[in-house]
Ligand binder design. Structure first.
Ligand SMILES: [Zn+2]
Length: 76
């Protein structure tokens, strides 16, 4: 009788803990940062630069990215 009570307790604990563990696993997956540092193409010299290191200028169709200030100035 005692063993059955213990088993029921373990099952109840498992049913309570499993969704919690699954939520933790999912939130850990989401914590992995997406690759935001993509390569952008300099329209002046056609060089690819990481967006975080690129020189950005606001153009008519959105931001434009250049490898250097010199290229940004050459963009008409
Ligand atoms: Zn350039």
């Amino acid at each position: 009788m005692r063993a059955i009570q213990l088993l029921a307790w373990i099952v109840a604990l498992g049913m309570f803990l499993l969704p919690w563990l699954r939520r933790r696993a999912l939130s850990n997956d989401r914590a992995v940062p997406p690759p935001t540092d993509e390569l952008v193409k300099d329209p002046v010299c056609q060089t690819y630069v990481a967006r975080s290191r690129a020189v950005s200028r606001q153009g008519p169709e959105g931001p434009r990215y250049f490898c250097s200030d010199a290229c940004a100035r050459r963009d008409a």
